[in-house]
Design a protein around this ligand. Structure first.
Ligand code: 8X3
Length: 251
């Protein structure tokens, strides 16, 4: 089912560990770029030992710097067939009147400006090479705002807007653009959002079985492995028992 990914080159921004493993398992070469090189080194060592025929590169990258993004993208050898635009975070759970400058700036700079810097550099590459596929990591938080989510929800609404604009701009070029909008997924996302408080973070998933990073990665890999004539444009992923960002059934 995933044979179309064999030998493709995939650039993943942000840790994207589950995606990296699944692409490598499908025979794709992966380039991992994120701020924490130690984490990437662990992922790349695992991939190398499990899938010795694929290549793995790691690049230390903070997407908030446009120069660093341009340098990182130019350092990738060969085509970039697939980009998984995954770097992003939520920070804090403050109402608008309590937001700190740092929460506003870090989240917008990473989720919106960083995503644009990476998209710009990669779209230029894909136009030169004659095509490619960009998978944007959106969220159901981009569909509807919720209490204490203003900045994060705004950035994910921006991801939706950027995705739609890019898809419209690339209709004459074989660049496919997909947006995946996950709901409740248990990753370190909530730990980061709650400033490292693991107890509060796990409270988000109390009484409901959240999705895992693997569930999201399966959709990314599915979208990327469709026939070139077909674009999986939009995927909304919810935990079973979840109806929206604000409505879930908890036992
Ligand atoms: C994360 C989904 O519902 O926590 O993107 O905002 S939610």
């Amino acid at each position: 089912m995933f044979e179309r990914l064999q030998g493709k080159n995939v650039l993943i921004s942000g840790i994207g560990e589950a995606c990296a493993y699944q692409f490598a398992a499908a025979g794709a070469n992966v380039v991992l770029s994120a701020r924490r090189l130690d984490r990437l080194s662990t992922v790349s060592a695992t991939i190398r030992s499990k899938h010795p025929t694929v290549t793995v590169e790691t690049i230390e990258l903070d997407v908030r710097s446009s120069e660093a993004v341009d340098r990182a993208v130019s350092s990738v050898s060969g085509n970039i067939d697939i980009l998984v635009n995954n770097a992003g975070l939520a920070m804090g759970t403050d109402t608008v009147d309590n937001l700190t400058d740092s929460a506003i700036d870090t989240v917008i700079d990473t989720n919106v400006k960083g995503l644009l810097y990476v998209s710009r550099a990669v779209v230029r590459r894909m136009k030169q090479q004659g095509g490619g596929h960009i998978v944007m990591m959106g969220s159901i938080a981009g569909i509807v705002g919720y209490q204490t989510g203003s900045v994060y929800c705004a950035t994910k609404a921006a991801v939706r807007a950027i995705t739609e604009s890019l898809r419209a701009e690339t209709i004459g070029v074989p660049i496919r653009v997909t947006e995946i909008k996950p709901g409740m997924v248990e990753t370190e996302f909530s730990v980061v959002r709650y400033g490292g408080d693991k107890e509060k973070a796990s409270g988000v998933y109390r009484g409901i079985e959240p999705m895992t990073a693997d569930d999201v990665a399966e959709s990314v890999v599915f979208a990327a492995s469709r026939h070139p004539r077909c674009v999986v444009a939009d995927v909304v992923l919810l935990a079973t028992g979840q109806a929206s960002a604000t409505l879930s059934h908890r036992k």
